[in-house]
Design a protein around this ligand. Structure first.
Ligand SMILES: Nc1ncnc2c1ncn2[C@@H]1O[C@H](COP(=O)(O)OP(=O)(O)OP(=O)(O)O)[C@@H](O)[C@H]1O
Ligand SMILES: [Mg+2]
Length: 383
């Protein structure tokens, strides 16, 4: 997948930005606060209908304005082109998404069609943060590879909110909610079971990709390991039926506790994925370098996984990440970036690119300054 061009209107500090991108590396150079991350976020709106940072539409809308628009032309690996546009109106709080000028009814249909992999300082939370950060990683990747998963996830969250409300209300009013919970339990278990089942399969497929990527960065002596620890499991089996039975019996076992706390204590919203390197917990034992290597390995694995599932090379968004890496890892990541497809690299210092880096042909440099983006031509570079 490639983005050929982008047109951004009244989005964060980009009042009117138009850019034609290259098929390879697109470097976004600029000082702090000029609008590099904002442009990546606009790309995220085109590909995923929303911000990868989780910012709301009202927040990314330029201050004092009522409507933002991001549009552009995307091209799939087989050469098919898509005109994509997203527009948000603040007064009505409406967002519309168009593919080839046809309005998309369900945003979940778009997610995954234009796959992206994001590596930003926030991504570090995958290895350093809590279980919710790792669940977010799983959900972000699996949602892009499976529409069914995303729909299950959205529905699960809705049911969870409702069920929590019932539990909370009954706790406050000191009434028995058993009957009221009944209709929500079934949906919770059905959707939740499918989510757990899918997460099992995903992690199984991801593990060899992570091992391989890690070895290619760090050499062969360290072995990373991901272990899925679902809140509900099927004991020895990962079949859907076994997970479902496990879910039901766990719900029964925790029923009293749930009523006491007024919250749902069982289900994939409480899953964990533990990360280890050579059998030692990453959060507790890994060095900073190991954290970074593992993070890059996870991202490379994510790229390969999505490419495989979607039959499409994801677009790679690297936000301000090179300055955090030592020379060896930076070189590895750049070499990878150069070979994968289209990428966007934001940085305050172009020293991350070796002097021999080829800025002709497939690679382009852009200067981002006060919400404007300008292609830095070969003539400028020669000086
Ligand atoms: N909704 C908004 N409306 C107008 N301006 C905004 C909005 N949101 C953020 N900005 C401005 O955008 C700028 C930040 O842009 P951005 O985060 O893209 O910077 P950056 O180039 O990535 O910088 P850094 O190198 O520090 O990461 C800030 O000056 C901020 O005031
Ligand atoms: Mg930034």
């Amino acid at each position: 997948m490639k983005i050929r061009d982008i047109h951004v209107r009244k989005f964060r500090n980009h009042t009117q930005t138009d850019a034609v991108f290259s098929e390879g590396v697109n470097a976004l150079l600029g000082q702090n606060g000029e609008g590099k991350t904002n442009l990546l976020e606009a790309i995220s709106y085109l590909c995923l209908t929303k911000s990868f940072f989780g910012s709301t539409d009202g927040v990314v809308l330029q201050v004092g304005e009522n409507r933002f628009e991001v549009s552009g032309e995307l091209e799939g690996d087989t050469g098919i082109r898509y005109h994509v546009a997203v527009a948000y109106e603040h007064a009505e709080k409406t967002k519309e998404f168009f593919i080839n000028r046809t309005r998309v009814e369900k945003f979940s249909d778009v997610v995954g069609q234009f796959p992206v992999v994001v590596l930003s300082p926030e991504s570090g939370a995958i290895t350093t943060g809590g279980p919710a950060d790792r669940r977010r990683f799983l959900d972000f990747v699996i949602s892009q590879s499976s529409k069914v998963y995303l729909e299950d996830l959205l529905e699960y969250r809705r049911v969870l909110r409702q069920r929590n409300k019932v539990l909370f209300d009954s706790k406050v009013s000191r009434t028995d909610a058993t009957d009221l919970l009944e209709p929500w339990n079934e949906e919770l278990v059905d959707r939740g079971t499918r989510i757990v089942h899918r997460r099992h399969a995903f992690l199984e497929e991801l593990q060899p990709l992570v091992t391989e990527s890690y070895a290619s960065i760090a050499g062969g002596t360290e072995r990373p390991m991901m272990t899925y620890e679902p809140s509900v499991d099927g004991k020895e089996s990962t079949s859907e039926e076994a997970i479902k039975q496990g879910f039901l019996s766990e719900l029964k076992r925790k029923a009293g506790e749930e009523k006491r706390f007024g919250i749902t204590l069982v289900g994939p919203h409480r899953d964990e994925v533990t990360l280890e390197i050579n059998n030692l917990g990453v959060r507790s034992h890994a060095s900073q370098g190991q954290h970074k290597t593992l993070l890059i390995a996870l991202k490379v694995a994510e790229f390969l996984y999505l490419q495989n599932k979607r039959n499409e090379k994801p677009i790679l968004l690297l936000d301000d990440i090179f300055t955090e890496l030592d020379a060896h890892r930076a070189k590895r990541l750049l070499a990878l970036t150069n070979s994968v497809g289209q990428s966007f690299i934001s940085t305050t210092s172009d020293s991350v690119f070796p002097t021999e880096f080829n800025w002709a042909n497939a690679n382009k440099r852009f200067v981002v300054h006060r919400g404007t983006v300008e292609h830095e031509g070969a003539r400028v570079l020669a000086n």
